[in-house]
Design a protein around this ligand. Structure first.
Ligand code: ZN
Length: 293
């Protein structure tokens, strides 16, 4: 696949499940001649200061301020890419972002409580130590003792002997959910209205899992319920035939089409940065829409 000139879905170590340093994205963009990127942290905008500081050394790389916010909808949890956010979030968006910070710590402490109820000694302190194995201290200091990346948690539980293997890990997690109720993600309406009020665009991320590939009724329902401005038509989890189908759907409903690699670490940066297959014209439409809002 040819390298695109942009990548609108990237994570840094300010996302609970990612390890790439902000500058790694800029270095890779420079190497590959990628001129526009969006850093879309899970549930926060905490990397913005560092990203802005690094961006000064890479004037040829434009950065779109963004975040990937997971919301509760009538059909379950959905990841929404929110683009074109202002440097200073207005009060409604600031409140939503505070809610996500709380959510991350509550999700973590609920996990600890659930495992402890099953006799596994996974205290908040043990969770902090596990986070310290892959997250920089500055992210933990700022965000607190959050939930843990799936693969890291699985490895740890197997290593502790609390789960025998991957299947057993899923069984254990099911038991955890019988002990404790994880906090729900913030409600879709509150999040999308705060993003829109702040002048941002909302695009549904890696849509096959939410659209049941190409279920029109589901697409219409989520387009309305999530007040979508766009769809991530190209992503490693979207095959080429779905990409064209989603692009057609965007044209029918005047939505923007976005594309991103969803890189979380340096290996992925090497392997798939800007390798999404989205054409350059999508970016022009996208940038125009951001400026209009
Ligand atoms: Zn993502």
């Amino acid at each position: 696949m040819p390298t695109a000139s942009y990548d609108l879905h990237l994570h840094t170590c300010w996302s609970y499940d990612a390890t790439a340093e902000p500058e790694a994205h800029f270095r890779r963009a420079r190497e590959l001649g990628v001129h526009t990127i969006a850093i879309t942290e899970h549930h926060n905008i905490d990397s913005w200061e560092e990203v802005a500081a690094v961006a000064g050394d890479y004037p040829e790389v434009r950065v779109v301020r963004a975040a990937e916010l997971t919301v509760t909808t009538s059909v379950g949890n959905v990841d929404l890419l929110c683009y074109g956010l202002p440097v200073e979030p207005p009060s409604a968006l600031a409140a939503v972002l505070t809610e996500y910070h709380d959510w991350q710590r509550r999700a973590g402490s609920t996990l600890s409580a659930g495992l402890q109820a099953l006799g596994c000694d996974f205290s908040d302190d043990a969770r902090r130590k596990l986070l310290q194995t892959y997250r920089p201290e500055r992210s933990i200091a700022f965000q607190g003792v959050t939930h843990v990346k799936n693969g890291v948690l699985r490895g740890y539980l197997i290593e502790q002997g609390w789960a025998a293997d991957e299947d057993d890990y899923h069984r254990l997690m099911k038991q955890v959910r019988e002990q404790v109720t994880p906090p729900p993600y913030p409600a879709v309406d509150r999040v999308t209205s705060a993003v829109h009020e702040a002048g941002g665009l909302v695009a549904i991320a890696h849509p096959p899992q939410y659209f049941l590939n190409d279920d029109r009724a589901r697409m219409d329902r989520l387009r309305e319920e999530c007040a979508l401005d766009g769809i991530e038509c190209a992503h490693p989890n979207v095959d080429a035939s779905l990409t064209s189908l989603y692009r057609e759907y965007c044209r029918t409903h005047s939505l923007v089409s976005t594309a991103g690699s969803d890189c979380h670490d340096t290996t992925q940066l090497e392997e798939r940065f800007a390798q999404h297959g989205g054409p350059a014209e999508w970016l022009d439409e996208f940038l125009e829409r951001i400026i209009q809002r």
